[in-house]
Design a protein around this ligand. Structure first.
Ligand code: GLA
Length: 767
């Protein structure tokens, strides 16, 4: 098997490569590490790409080095120090006992090994067999300060990804205050890049934003204690011309759920430095002599085939090397959740008919959302009291769960374990568990407060409360919510000088709790949630294979949210529900077909009062559920392509292709309808050009149900019909016309199946 990492001592050159990508860096004079290249595979490297030595005024030189052209301020580096000659944004800042913040790294040692190390207490990518990756650890030292830092690089054999993190050790005699420690740095020699990020808001998450990288430093960050709705921990650097199908893309995906920071600086020479790691905002960490600090990991993906390939790389990597446990490859159940059906206003009697209906319609799980515990009738109370609310479940929750199970459905339950209400027994008994700054009223958000998860006692108390319920064995799924962000960052468990550690320790406490719970209950499926998609990050998928993408369930809004989410996260992780109209978030009315098609393009669920649907609606929902079951594996685990974006046009198109290219599912959406519509086509990709594909029935054609004014059908033109056969090359090069509908928010779902050779032979014979 080919080696993935080579070191050439003559050239002082490290070369990480698999069959498609290469990453190169070298040891330069004075032991500086210089970044050389990240991109398509280099077969044989002749050392011609060393950075040119040019004297740049006001860019100082390395001490005792005769060449004025050799400056830390211009050299593309692997990992920068601070206040030691490089004026660009630093990777690392620490204050030493003598007050200095100067840090200069030089090469000390390296080690290459098979496999990939575990990062204690942190989520990270992992391998099942050692041969799936190799790891290089390069140690840099600063003899003056006594600090050493390990730069960890793991390259995957089958994915175009390098995982990077860093780990600093204090070998000196005094404590050091860490103020910033990036997980990775990459310096590009002048390139005209755009940067893509995923900003948003509650109920409006992960909208793709593409910006030119210009002079100065851009920061993409969260200061909210969590990965946040507002800025997702993912960015990509792309060439100007990069689109979904062609061009270079460098994707950076941070495996962390706390405060994150991506910095992109274009410097005096138009060079671009990119850093990613824990946010330095409100961060300080005391590193005692002998102690170390390990950063979370960043996954760096390279694509020379546009954004789709970059996304597919992340999808595969997350599915295979981040998600753990038995649900990793399992088809996810179709659920009904009672939140939008009842909000807090429910009891056992009101829920049972929804369960009955879910069973009738072929659904597989009932999820009981917020309001089943303490004395919770609204969002003002009871967080922290994880005991059954007797008024709503006089016979106990177990009895109700039995009812659900007897119907043949699984039973899911909502929790918000990191939170506390002031109106709760937990607060009355343990007020110090609520995170707050001394002498200050903590600020409230949704009338609730955050637990001090730095405090082991708190983590333990919540663990035991959850265990009391989960040990009964009736819970098959947990929706783990977080409905506010952190403020009043303070923990009495730490001395005043170490309060800068609280935000990171909070998330470490949450990870510790999760690790225990998922190990204790390997058969429970977890779904992440934070006011919808406020904690949709790769770190979270290490514990929870799927997450609620947004509290916004409107099908049109979801086109943008799910598209943005798919840039970095696999479809198997994106949950999407059909809800009632008018939509509770936007007031929009979309047809049940459109709501179904968009939700079926993720992990399908329903979130409405099933008992209130008309007989015709129930027939359609039953078809959606059955149809979804037949393509579920293709949707959740197939190769996903974004073909058209609503951000750029009136249309959206998504495609799912099976690994063997025998099946393809296409979802198209037309947002507004026009009296004189422009004809548009959708061209498929990734099919077998030589195969013949038949359009198969998935959902019945209901156009006759509709009439618009003078016309008997909503369709002025519906180009293709079930049973028609197209060659792969035809679908990819000519494409299919999109229908012309007299209806806004019109969507279509096409299921193509390759014809088997025997069928083709039979047809030829018959004709
Ligand atoms: C959050 C979730 C919703 C629901 C409510 C319950 O907003 O995103 O789906 O669970 O909390 O309070």
């Amino acid at each position: 098997m080919e080696k993935l990492i080579q070191y050439d001592p003559k050239q002082g050159l490290f070369h990480l490569s698999n069959t498609r990508i290469s990453y190169l860096f070298s040891i330069e004079e004075g032991g500086l590490l210089s970044h050389l290249y990240f991109g398509q595979k280099i077969k044989r490297y002749h050392n011609q790409m060393r950075y040119p030595r040019i004297d740049r005024g006001f860019s100082g030189n390395v001490l005792n080095h005769p060449d004025r052209g050799f400056s830390k301020d211009t050299l593309p580096q692997e990992y920068s120090g601070s206040d030691a000659g490089d004026y660009r944004v630093p990777s690392f800042v620490a204050q030493h006992a003598n007050g200095s913040r100067s840090n200069a790294w030089t090469f000390k040692d390296y080690k290459i090994s098979c496999g990939k190390p575990v990062l204690a207490g942190l989520p990270a990518s992992y391998v099942e067999q050692e041969s799936q990756s190799e790891t290089l650890v390069v140690t840099l030292e600063d003899k003056v300060t006594g600090l050493e830092i390990d730069l960890l690089y793991s390259i995957f054999r089958d994915y175009d990804v390098i995982a990077r993190s860093s780990c600093v050790r204090n070998l000196g005699e005094s404590s050091v205050k860490l103020e910033k420690i990036s997980s990775m740095q990459i310096d590009f020699v002048s390139q005209d890049f755009d940067v893509i990020c995923l900003p948003g808001a509650h109920a409006n998450e992960r909208h793709i934003s593409r910006q030119k990288i210009d002079y100065g430093t851009k920061r993409f960050e969260s200061r909210r204690g969590t990965s946040s709705h507002q800025m997702n921990p993912f960015i990509a650097l792309v060439d100007k011309g990069t689109d979904e199908h062609s061009g270079q893309a460098f994707g950076l995906n941070f495996v962390y759920s706390g405060n994150h920071l991506f910095e992109v600086e274009k410097d005096q020479l138009s060079q671009v430095r990119v850093l990613a790691g824990i946010n330095d905002y409100n961060f300080e960490w005391e590193l005692k002599p002998g102690a170390h600090f390990q950063t979370p990991e960043v996954l760096m993906a390279y694509s020379n085939e546009g954004l789709n390939y970059m996304s597919q790389t992340f999808h595969g990597l997350i599915r295979n090397h981040i998600v753990r446990g038995r649900f990793k490859y399992e088809d996810r159940p179709i659920l009904v959740n009672n939140w939008e059906a009842t909000y807090f206003d429910f009891n056992e009697e009101k829920l049972k008919p929804i369960v009955d209906e879910a069973k009738e319609l072929g659904m597989e799980m009932f999820v009981l959302d917020d309001g089943w515990f303490g004395k919770r009738d609204n969002d003002q109370s009871s967080l922290g009291d994880w005991q059954i609310y007797k008024k709503k479940f006089p016979n106990g929750l177990e009895k109700f769960a039995d009812y659900v199970h007897q119907k043949g459905l699984k039973f899911g339950l909502w929790f918000e374990p990191e939170m506390i209400s002031m109106d709760s027994n937990l607060y009355r008994n343990y007020p110090s568990y609520l995170m707050s700054s001394p002498n200050r009223q903590p600020s409230s958000s949704r009338s609730q407060f955050v637990l001090d998860m730095c405090n082991k006692e708190v983590v333990n108390a919540i663990y035991h409360q959850l265990k009391n319920i989960l040990d009964k064995g009736y819970v098959d799924y947990i929706k783990w919510d977080m409905n506010r962000h952190l403020t009043d960052i303070y923990s009495p468990t730490l001395p005043p000088s170490r309060q800068g550690e609280v935000s990171h320790r909070y998330i470490l406490g949450v990870y510790e709790l999760l690790e225990k719970i998922i190990n204790d209950y390997p058969n429970i499926l977890f779904e992440g949630c934070s006011g919808g998609g406020g904690r949709f990050d790769t770190g979270w998928t290490y514990y929870m294979p799927q997450s609620w993408a947004s509290d916004n369930t409107d099908a049109v809004a979801r086109l943008t949210i799910q598209e943005g989410t798919s840039l970095a996260y696999p479809i198997s992780s994106i949950t999407s529900h059909v809800s009632a109209v008018p939509n509770h978030q936007t007031g929009r009315e979309c047809s049940l077909e459109a709501r179904g098609h968009v939700a079926m393009s993720g992990v399908l669920g329903y979130e409405l009062d099933l008992t209130k649907m008309t007989a015709n609606e129930k027939i359609l929902v039953k078809e959606q559920v059955n149809g979804y079951k037949s393509v579920r594996h293709l949707v959740q685990y197939g190769t996903f392509y974004r073909l058209k974006s609503v951000l750029e046009s009136n249309e959206s198109a998504w495609l799912f292709v099976s690994e063997n290219k025998e099946e393809a599912l296409l979802m198209t959406a037309n947002i507004l309808s026009y009296a004189q519509p422009i004809l548009t086509k959708t061209k498929l990709v990734g099919l077998n050009p030589d195969a013949d594909y038949e359009l198969m029935p998935l959902l019945s054609d209901r156009e006759s149900d509709h009439s618009v004014g003078y016309f008997s059908s909503i369709y002025a033109h519906k180009p293709i019909a079930i049973g028609e056969v197209f060659s792969g090359s035809e679908l990819m090069n000519i494409g299919i016309y999109n229908p012309i509908a007299r209806q806004d928010f019109n969507t279509q779902m096409y299921y193509f199946k390759a014809k088997k050779q025997e069928d083709l032979n039979n047809e030829i014979q018959e004709s």
